[in-house]
Design a protein around this ligand. Structure first.
Ligand code: MG
Length: 270
């Protein structure tokens, strides 16, 4: 009898483990993503690979640079009142401004700064929509071409290289440091543009360091090239030394406020 019970118990454990395995497998199969995309240079993951591990969740502190006033030499790109520093593809920036923030007008197009920047320190605040139907997809395009993803990664599941704070299709953030939809969040970005020499030979990739809500999510991370969907980014085409900062309209209603930038001067090396 005891043997039978043990056998039964063993069988139950086995079948439970089997069921758990099946559930895990089913979950993995149902995760959004692609496996028919190119492999990333690490050779471990496809672009938008559903099996790539999700970044660990780190709960940010209540405030870091939230509401940080611009330093004296910063160029204030948005102070909550107007879009005079921005334009859309057809001229004036078509997004809405209310009560100290700008809000995406869905399907009106990306907006970008009139001014262009090379290497810089950038502060951006954003807020995800509270509407559960709205995944809050937007993004900050550095130099107009590299997307630092904005997404409601608190409630919505997406492949690791598509979560909020990812360099889309390339590098998941080191941590998921998201706040809840409706809460204001910060990106503090240090961006160095890619370099080509005078003979138009590629010298080195763009390099970024990013804090989201005070949590380091990228550290001196090289970028593979301008962002695309389902492609392996590359530097086949030489980029201008400077470019605009652009904000993505993905059809979702994300808000932005308090955006300022400081150009980085070359630092004398010891
Ligand atoms: Mg996006």
């Amino acid at each position: 009898m005891l043997v039978m019970r043990k056998t039964l118990l063993f069988a139950v454990v086995l079948s439970t483990a089997g069921l758990a395995g099946l559930v895990l497998q089913t979950l993995a199969e149902n995760l959004p993503g692609y496996t028919d995309t190119p492999m990333l240079p690490s050779g471990k993951w496809h672009v938008h690979d559903p099996k790539r591990p999700q970044p660990p969740v780190v709960t940010p502190a209540a405030a870091f640079s939230l509401g940080a006033p611009a330093p004296s030499d910063a160029i204030v790109l948005f102070d909550g009142t107007d879009l005079s520093h921005w334009e859309g593809d057809q001229g004036a920036a078509p997004w809405n401004v209310h009560d100290g923030y700008m809000e995406i007008k869905p399907h009106s197009g990306y907006i970008h700064t009139k001014e262009k920047f090379g290497d810089y320190q950038l502060h951006v605040e954003f807020s995800e929509p509270v509407n559960p139907e709205d995944p809050g997809n937007s993004g900050v395009f550095l130099q107009g071409v590299y997307e630092l993803q904005i997404y409601n990664s608190d409630d919505n599941h997406i492949y690791a290289d598509g979560v909020c704070g990812a360099f889309y299709g390339q590098s998941p953030p080191l941590a998921n440091a998201n706040k809840k939809p409706g809460q204001w969040q910060t990106f503090d970005i240090i961006f160095e543009a890619a370099r080509w020499n005078q003979n138009h030979q590629f010298v080195r990739p763009a390099i970024v360091t990013v804090f989201q809500n005070g949590v380091l999510i990228h550290y001196q991370q090289p970028l593979l090239g301008p962002t695309g969907h389902r492609i392996l980014a590359n530097y086949d085409k030489e980029l201008p030394a400077t470019g605009p900062i652009a904000l993505q309209d993905h059809g979702d209603i994300v808000r932005f406020r308090n955006i300022w930038v400081r150009n980085i001067q070359d630092e004398e090396k010891p």
